[in-house]
Design a protein around this ligand. Sequence first.
Ligand code: ATP
Length: 436
Amino acid sequence: MAEPAPELMETIVNLCKRRGFVFPSSEIYGGFRSTYDYGPLGVLLLRNVKDAWWRSMVQLREDVVGIDAAILSSPKVWEASGHLANFTDPLVDCRSCKERWRADHIEGTCPNCGSTDLTEAREFNMMFQTFVGPVQETTNVAYFRPETAQGMFVNFMNVLNTSRKKPPFGIAQTGKSFRNEITPGNFVFRTREFEQMELEFFVPPADADRWFGYWTTERMNWYLDLGIPADWLRLRAHESEELSHYSSATSDVEFRYPWGWGELEGIANRGDFDLSAHAAASGERIEYFDQATNERYVPHVIEPAAGATRAMMAFLLAAYDTDVVNDETRTVLRLDPRLAPYKVAVLPLSKKDTLTPTAREVLSLVQPHWMVDYDETQAIGRRYRRQDEIGTPLCVTVDFDTLEDKAVTIRDRDTLAQVRVPIDELVDTLRSRLGF
Ligand code: ATP
């Protein structure tokens, strides 16, 4: 596929706003600092991204279980994990225009005014703080989690003791994370509140390298399978000086954003850093006893850490297309049917009382199986364009012949081909066309 056009980002932001995928938060009050609300279509798309991840990472595997940990936890978690001391970004101020920047994102020059008169970088901790209970004092400080991963580490023994799993096995979680980013931006690429999809996969230490390779391949394939073109995706191994102190290897899955290559997901070999740190800080035994070999060991961890909101944006960017149909340019989101907000739209040819009861019958046949849109106003051509623009793979049209032949027309978003099928066979036909 060709390089993304530079204006693609703006096109997607506009489409998201216009069609109800993503709205700027608190818009009636002028917005609120790179925060976004997910509208009727965005909530479906984001959920489908998370469901596709969960299906591949949990449902279709015997060796992964899920959890849903609290967003707030004991501050001791963040002390032991190193976040209190190290989860910082280097912050610089421009002395000229007073803007603040992440020192590693600019090259000594203020992107706002071009001044090179910048303060020395100081470390800024990105965790959001709050107070638990009515008294605002330091003993009551708690932190909003900046990643979901720690929930898996602190629950390792709970899961090990209750799930009948043993290494190699994983714990998966999706959910909100919060980082007080110095420079959020590029729409939902970098926000202060976002959603993550993380797996912590615990393995015997000797097998860690092999599992690291396995998970990098697996994760690349997940994006490819859901429709990201191969030449918009690449794997980039971190240089040794780029690695976190605890990681022996990290590879990023990178996506070709309209502004250039950037991270979509990171896969890290974290060794025994996290489990050992929590064992030392809590005084608890956190390890696995292998009865077969009579060995005790602290498993090593392979972590594929993805952003759900960032991935949703990548899927939108990759799906956006235009073509010409009947001399008219149409916009079409070529989303994989598994990700598309609506799988099917039921469209009576006209809003005549004679058609409505049959169209509603068709709707009620299809609705229990998939998310379905129903739209009966405006010319049929315009309604097809609306569905194309939000990525609905199949439209079902109920027309006046339907009243006689008890059949409807299925129209395909991508090929535009139309086929007539008996209503009796509609659900089965849709299922075979969608693949689920
Ligand atoms: P970056 O270098 O872009 O700040 P990171 O390496 O700190 O990201 P990780 O801690 O590895 O990111 O988080 C895993 C994933 O979570 C990222 O690959 C990304 O998809 C997502 N993510 C991280 N920070 C944000 C954010 N501020 N907004 C949206 N998604 C994010």
